[in-house]
Design a protein around this ligand. Structure first.
Ligand code: CP3
Length: 348
């Protein structure tokens, strides 16, 4: 079936009217309308009230010609739904970090419609209000990335306690990862059932691991989740931050798209991944601070590295910075569209 949405077409490596673009963390603090709403309510309330989560999800779509929307929520929201006591300050802080088998065994399974019903309600509110038939991406955190926050208890540069946990208590780590993998499978299945048209897993801390540990712990859990999601029929995206050394490990991962940070060239990534996967990325978020001419040059470099074949979704290599000028985002989106529209005809 040919997709009319450039984003969904690119996920399936089909030709698209133009290279689709969306921006990781596109709903957030760089937008004055987000800051205005956020001044009145906590971040948690934004995620828990479907009317507000829907409003914040739609804000960037009103301003920009984006090719996809992403649900406004957080990777730790389903973990909260499993009873883990945490707050956002602004990164997630877990009151009682999880380090023992007793704590791991006490984690209940996630029943998404019972434990985090507001997420699916948000999706049902967003879908009919999306402009231009733009598709909605649902998401979850990678099991290892969630483990990082659960074991360390707070954001960190190196997540030392999480990494040493893999070596000091490998069986406990695997038990926790299996639980999280099953919970994220249930969570993402519920999002697709509620109307999410693509599912993305954020592995923000993939790059902390050596390839062997990545495969043995992180990727094993991702496979467990992804194999449970094929039945949904929607495209699956796996984003790895700092994943350049891990590309070979994900060649046979059963997903449609690999999300790439800005530290690798998309041309070398596409060579490693082969023709069976689309790629998403990978402009450095810092490039949005360049002059308009330089920003266009940087965007062109990403497009040229991605090459002329279908299966590229333009994005940043990681989340947009709160200090970014929204005008730069508008210029980037327009440029990517102008540069690539009609390319299908030009190429064939
Ligand atoms: O992309 C989007 O527009 C959707 C919203 C979204 C948020 N968090 C909103 C948010 C998404 C997809 C996430 C995912 C997320 N959350 C990740 C994976 C992506 C990544 O950036 O690597 C991670 C690691 C988290 C955990 C988390 N939540 C951190 C580290 C922080 C604080 C960091 C920061 O940006 O300040 C949060 C809080 C958070 N999540 C905010 C937003 C808009 C800021 C909260 C606020 O308004 O105070």
């Amino acid at each position: 079936m040919n997709e009319t949405s450039p984003f969904l077409a690119a996920c399936r490596r089909q030709p698209a009217a133009h290279t689709p673009i969306w921006v990781m963390r596109q709903a957030g603090r760089y937008l004055p309308e987000y800051r205005e709403l956020r001044a009145k309510v906590t971040f948690e309330e934004l995620t828990r009230r479907p009317d507000l989560a829907a409003e914040v999800t739609l804000q960037p779509l009103r301003r920009f010609e984006l090719d996809a929307a992403i649900l406004f929520s957080d990777i730790m929201t389903p973990v909260q739904g499993m009873g883990v006591d945490l707050e956002f300050a602004p990164g997630p802080v877990v009151r009682h970090p999880i380090r023992t088998d007793a704590q791991i065994d006490a984690l209940p399974e996630l029943v998404a419609e019972r434990d985090v019903p507001f997420v699916m309600e948000s999706i049902r509110l967003i879908r009919p209000n999306l402009p231009r038939g733009v598709p909605l991406i649902g998401f979850a955190g990678g099991p290892f990335t969630l483990l990082c926050y659960l074991v360390c208890g707070k954001p960190s540069k190196e997540f030392g306690p999480a990494r040493s946990f893999l070596y000091s208590q490998p069986d406990s780590a695997l038990r926790l990862l299996d639980k999280l993998a099953d919970a994220m499978a249930a969570y993402l299945r519920a999002q697709a059932a509620a109307g999410a048209q693509a599912l993305m897993m954020f592995e923000s801390w993939a790059g902390l691991l050596a390839p062997a540990q990545f495969e043995e712990f992180a990727l094993r859990a991702v496979r467990r989740t992804m194999s449970a999601l094929r039945g949904t029929g929607v495209p699956l995206i796996y984003y790895m931050n700092q994943g350049s050394a891990l590309m070979e490990s994900v060649v046979d991962l059963d997903v449609d798209v690999i999300g790439v940070d800005w530290r690798s060239s998309l041309s070398s990534v596409r060579k490693v991944l082969g023709p069976a996967k689309a790629v998403q990325g990978n402009l450095d978020p810092a490039a949005l601070f360049a002059s308009p001419e330089e920003l266009r040059r940087q965007a062109d470099a990403v497009l040229s590295q991605a090459g002329p074949n279908p299966g590229h979704i333009f994005n940043l290599g990681h989340g947009i910075w709160p200090e970014t000028n929204p005008d730069a985002v508008a210029r980037l989106i327009d440029h990517v569209h102008e540069r690539t529209s009609g390319r299908r005809e030009a190429v064939s």
